[in-house]
Design a protein around this ligand. Structure first.
Ligand SMILES: O=P(O)(O)O[C@@H]1C[C@H](O)[C@@H](CO)O1
Length: 291
């Protein structure tokens, strides 16, 4: 059961981090993860040094359309950043440890704050396609059945055995993101809510959407939560945003069907606003006060 724990073990992650640090002089403080169709967020970085995932030792490969599979180092204003242009998902067949390995590598590179994005289906009936939801909390469905990134022996060099998740989403960063969103005139499509992760790759049935909506989820997706847990375990601060790319189907009268093309299309449509949000937000992130 624990055989995969080496996939994000301290030695493996350290070797990869060491390799990366030997190839760039950038020492990132902020780590960004691009969700489906949101890879253009990496373009905001200046003085870029980019690596294909396939050339990075121990790194998984991207297999999903809309996830380019490049790790980009660069500066955003005066903040050194590293950006995953493409993430990994359970449904690609990777172990949950492999899915979250890059987050531990972020930590070993010196990252203090992780900014995660994803594409998600809107369950909240007040939400519209194109809304940006600041994640205030999550429901870890795979965790209910023991699929959890911290399963297996705990390595204290990363963090404690039983980390709290009641402060998973940093409230100060949440306020900051909200303030920047309002300042940029995004108030009409800025939301805050609860994200529920499922395993994918099939989109949800109507009954599943109704169930998780009743449980308190505002949006549903297939990523992010595992990364958040691993980031918090090793003490990095987290801000996570969902782009509502489609409305989850909650009624049998509704003929619509979720599809990946619509997800990518909405990502392209909102990319410019997300770029502005990040460009304004990142230079304002406080440094050095990790918890
Ligand atoms: O990486 P994210 O969570 O943004 O990707 C979502 C979930 C699936 O991978 C895909 C479905 O369209 O988009």
């Amino acid at each position: 059961m624990f055989s995969e724990s080496a996939a994000n073990g301290f030695e493996e992650c350290s070797a990869t981090a060491k390799w990366l640090l030997s190839k760039t002089e950038i020492r990132p403080l902020v780590g960004i993860v691009c969700g489906s169709g949101l890879g253009s967020l990496a373009d905001i970085l200046e003085d870029q040094i980019a690596f294909q995932y396939s050339e990075i030792p121990n790194f998984p490969k991207s297999t999903v359309h809309g996830h380019a599979g490049r790790l980009v180092f660069g500066m955003l204003k005066k903040t050194p950043c590293v950006c995953m242009q493409g993430r990994f998902h359970l449904y690609e067949g990777y172990s949950i440890q492999k899915v979250t390995m890059p987050i531990r590598i972020f930590k070993l590179l010196g990252v203090e704050t992780v900014l995660l994005t994803n594409a998600a289906g809107g369950l909240n009936q007040d939400y519209n396609v194109g809304d940006i939801m600041i994640i205030k909390d999550h429901i870890n469905m795979p965790g209910f059945v023991g699929i959890h990134p911290l399963s297996g022996p705990n390595d204290e060099r990363f963090g404690i055995r039983f980390p709290s998740m009641s402060d998973a989403y940093d409230r100060e960063l949440h306020q900051l993101a909200h303030g920047v969103g309002v300042e940029l005139g995004y108030g009409d499509f800025l939301r805050e809510g609860v994200y529920c992760v499922l395993g994918g790759p099939s989109f949800e049935t109507i009954a599943e959407c109704r169930l998780i909506n009743k449980l308190g989820a505002d949006a549903v997706g297939m990523s992010t939560v595992h990364e958040v847990i691993v980031a918090r375990h090793c003490g990095m601060r987290v801000l996570a945003l969902s782009l509502i790319t489609n409305k989850a189907v909650l009624s049998y009268e509704n003929q619509e069907k979720a599809n990946h093309e619509e997800v990518l299309q909405t990502g392209r449509w909102r990319a410019e606003q997300l770029v502005k949000l990040f460009t304004t937000l990142v230079p304002r992130i406080p440094r050095g006060n990790n918890t």
